[in-house]
Design a protein around this ligand. Structure first.
Ligand SMILES: NC(=O)c1ccc[n+]([C@@H]2O[C@H](COP(=O)([O-])OP(=O)(O)OC[C@H]3O[C@@H](n4cnc5c(N)ncnc54)[C@H](O)[C@@H]3O)[C@@H](O)[C@H]2O)c1
Ligand SMILES: O=C(O)CC[C@@H](O)C(=O)O
Length: 525
């Protein structure tokens, strides 16, 4: 049977050779609109993209044969992953192939901004020789503030230290040990805003990072600050940036990414001190070769052998291990997502306990799945392959234990995450073929995973269920499942309420105001 792949963006040509060498037919169609893509996607088993081709829910719904979408790059904002997951389509990325190139672009933008190279070049070539207009800023001994010190942020830190800048970083998931290893100082966001002479951004776009450089935060920066964003549009308030460039508070800004792309017109264009590139962060020959070759190999492996590498929506499991491992990998990942969502302040240690029959299985993919789940709350694009090395790079301790017998369940997985010296613990099992949460802290219960779970830690006092029911009822939120656990009468207690929709902020405020509630959060699975 013929296997066919569509390359929907400009990928390095070597990718075509890799597919063909492995007996896979390839079509290249760049620049298709979503309806055009939806019309032809039914012919293909695989779709390779960069960032311009956007397989949305309509495209994926029309993709009757599609088994894999491969992203030659890091960010997968252009792919509707929930729709792909629902349809059983694996989404893969190449987490490291363009990191060096993007870090180099950020450094280039920093120099370009500090010395206004693009404007000086344009005017010089215009015959003006405007020597007096371009007195720049030396970067030597200045303070660079990184927002996000993961893969690319760390590479920028190394390079900035090479030019003798002092580097400080705000990243809730950066450990002190990793900061020492990188020779940088971990700080809170307000301290970074107050101290940095230049700020570069290196986070994904998530609910926590959207508008992280808001007007209010930009106004807290040092006068004369330089802002560089080569990560994602939406991290910086572009209108506020324009105002602060106009009034001279921000001396220069360089954006590679924009809230709306392609950005063909923009209020910032033409503003003195402003530099723009058209999402060029990953655009070098080396990076494009790396990501194109890697994505082609990964997609071909999956289509021909079923091996899964760098998947964002599926555990990496070999074809032979799949049937037994898969339900436990899914359980571990979901428990990790639970633990990650209740630990978004940052953590410095993870412990995973395996009890019972699960001990006999290959636990590596299970641990990787759990770590991907834990990290996903703060790193949208983490997957089973990158999660363990990310954890290691950050110096977060990982411990696994096994106990051959489980007291109550055939198999049990317990995940513990240490936040500020205290452990947050969740345990799960497979009951009647289904992943279940069976304990939180030491309190037992039996709750299914659902797309939305309202998780509450409360004191076991009368009136809680009535009060909560009224708040949810008044807000028209339907309760699908209700599970309770407690330490002892009148003591620490938990409630897991499966709900049919997300809860708006005003309703969450009312829930948090109930006298018995200590902590309440909607968890998404
Ligand atoms: N311009 C380009 O062409 C280009 C190329 C490659 C990557 N990127 C983008 O660069 C970004 C960084 O990529 P990466 O590979 O370094 O990702 P990464 O996942 O390795 O690092 C992201 C870092 O952000 C941190 N973070 C998460 N939430 C945070 C928060 N609220 N505040 C501060 N830090 C937070 C994480 O802990 C992590 O350390 C991504 O958005 C990626 O899509 C852009
Ligand atoms: O493909 C590109 O050019 C951009 C890639 C970049 O945004 C990424 O997230 O990897």
């Amino acid at each position: 049977m013929t296997i066919k792949v569509l390359i929907g963006d400009s990928l390095a040509p070597g990718a075509i050779d890799i597919f063909k060498a492995r007996g896979i037919e390839v079509d290249v169609k760049v620049g298709l609109s979503q309806p055009e893509l939806a019309e032809i996607i039914g012919e293909y088993d695989g779709l390779a993209v960069r960032s311009a081709c956007k397989p949305n829910a309509d495209v994926i719904a029309a993709a009757t044969k599609l088994k894999v979408i491969g992203r030659a790059g890091i960010g997968v904002d252009n792919v509707d992953i929930p729709a792909a997951t629902k349809k059983g389509v694996v989404v893969m990325n190449t987490p490291f192939g363009n990191a060096v190139t993007t870090a180099e672009h950020a450094i280039a933008m920093l120099f370009a901004a500090a010395r206004q190279i693009p404007a000086a070049s344009a005017r010089t070539q215009n015959g003006e020789w405007p020597k007096k207009d371009y007195v720049g800023t030396e970067l030597f001994s200045k303070t660079l503030g990184l927002i996000g010190a993961g893969n690319i942020g760390s590479l920028v830190a190394e390079r900035a230290r090479g030019i003798k800048m002092k580097v400080i970083a705000f990243d809730p998931f950066l450990t002190e040990e990793r900061a020492v290893e990188l020779g940088i100082e971990k700080v809170e966001l307000d301290a970074l805003l107050a101290r940095a002479d230049a700020i570069t951004l290196h986070t994904p776009l998530t609910d926590q990072t959207r508008n992280i450089l808001s007007r209010e935060n930009l106004e807290k920066t040092k006068k004369g600050v330089i802002i560089v964003n080569c990560a994602r549009g939406g991290l910086v308030d572009e209108e506020a940036l324009k105002d602060l460039l106009d009034n001279g508070h921000v001396s220069a800004a360089a954006l590679d990414v924009f809230e709306t792309e392609p950005a063909k017109e923009h209020p910032l264009f033409g503003t003195p001190g402003f530099i723009a590139t058209p999402h060029l962060g990953a655009s070098t020959v080396e990076a494009q070769d790396n990501v194109a070759f890697q994505v082609a190999e990964q997609m071909a492996d999956y289509l021909l052998t079923g091996a899964v590498t760098n998947a964002l929506n599926m555990p990496s499991i070999s074809a032979e291990e799949a049937p037994r491992l898969k339900p436990f990998a899914e359980l571990a990942e979901k428990l990790g997502e639970f633990a990650g969502q209740v630990s978004t302040e940052g953590f410095d240690a993870v412990e995973i306990d395996y009890e019972g029959d699960v001990c006999e299985l290959n636990r590596k993919p299970l641990t990787s799945a759990a770590l991907a789940g834990i990290l996903r709350a703060s790193m949208k694009d983490v997957n089973m392959v990158s999660a363990p090395s990310i954890l290691k790079d950050r110096g977060i301790d990982l411990k696994e234990t096994t106990v051959e017998e489980s007291a109550t369940y055939e198999s049990l997985i317990r995940i513990k995450v240490r936040v500020d010296g205290k452990w947050r613990t969740v345990s799960g099992s497979i009951v009647n073929g289904q992943a279940r949460i069976v304990a939180v802290k030491e309190m037992t219960l039996d709750a299914k995973f659902r797309p939305f779970i309202l998780f509450i830690n409360n004191t076991d006092k009368p009136g809680f269920i009535g009060g909560l029911g009224s708040v949810l009822g008044d807000a028209g939120i339907n309760i699908a499942t209700f599970n309770l656990g407690r330490e002892e009468e009148g003591g620490d207690a938990i409630a897991m309420i499966g709900i049919d929709q997300d809860i708006p902020k005003e309703t969450m405020d009312k829930i948090n105001a109930l006298s018995q509630v200590r902590y309440a959060k909607v968890l998404r699975f």
